[in-house]
Design a protein around this ligand. Structure first.
Ligand code: G3P
Ligand code: CA
Length: 242
């Protein structure tokens, strides 16, 4: 059965990449989460999508220029009622101890080459004993390969905006156990061939009914969606068929 990963948490209804959005995704019955990480000036891994805090918080400026204790004062739920800080990765990993969710950590090191990001993330994942429930993804495929080299026990998955020829060959060549393509970038045949070659396929960001139906029909490994509740409802129609 296709797994449902909540993209930045249950982000259609709750502020993206906040503990609130993660907790609500788990309550709704999602199988996993996707979240994004950046690095503060003093080397803390924090959960936020953009390199800057401007779009999603009450602050302004680059994450890399904030000390952790300063960035924690910002509100990442600026349209909501309750103030929510930007979570640290530690906070999320601690909370993951209380449930069974899979967690896809996307390293946001494509624009800013955060030094030591891979080591820090991997150290935390190991400290919390979560290596078998974490998937590290990134658009920075050098970082994916580096992560695999230092932690072969943790699954990796390169992200793709566009289709490539025989993605399973590429995935195998970098020892990735999965690929995370933009959902519209690869045909059903390519996705099915990839899975038949032993590579997991988790397309993003699958929000429309027709796209969910398409991927449930081919029994895709997982979908990454902003709306896990809708996905769970649609997936019901396909249960017992796989
Ligand atoms: O991990 C899938 C997806 O989140 C990649 O794009 O921009 O939403 O981080 P973006
Ligand atoms: Ca992401």
């Amino acid at each position: 059965m296709t797994q449902i990963f909540a993209h930045r948490g249950y982000s259609t209804l709750f502020a993206e990449n906040t503990m609130g959005a993660f907790i609500e995704a788990e309550k709704a019955g999602a199988d996993g989460l996707e979240l994004d990480v950046q690095l503060t000036k003093d080397g803390e891994i924090v959960v936020i999508h953009d390199e800057k805090v401007d779009r999603t918080t009450t602050g302004k400026g680059f994450v890399k220029d904030f000390l952790f204790k300063e960035i924690r004062k910002l509100n990442a739920n600026k349209d909501g009622q309750k103030k929510e800080p930007i979570p640290s990765l530690i906070e999320v990993l601690e909370w993951l101890q209380s449930n069974k969710l899979i967690c896809n950590i996307e390293l946001k090191n494509g624009l800013i080459p955060y030094e030591g990001m891979e080591e820090k993330v991997i150290q935390l994942v190991r400290n919390y004993g979560l290596s078998d429930r974490i998937i590290i993804s990134s658009f920075n495929h050098y970082s994916i390969v580096y992560s695999y080299r230092i932690a072969p026990e943790i699954e990796t998955a390169p992200l793709f905006i566009e289709g490539i020829y025989m993605p399973w060959i590429y995935a195998q060549s970098i020892r990735a156990k999965g690929i995370h393509p933009k959902h519209s970038a690869m045909s059903d045949t390519i996705l099915v061939n990839t899975m038949e070659n032993g590579i997991a396929v988790r397309p993003y960001t699958v929000n429309k009914d027709e796209d969910m139906h398409r991927l449930f029909k081919i029994n895709c490994t997982a979908i990454i969606t902003d709306n896990p509740v809708k996905a769970l409802r649609i997936r019901k129609q396909y249960e017992n068929k796989s």
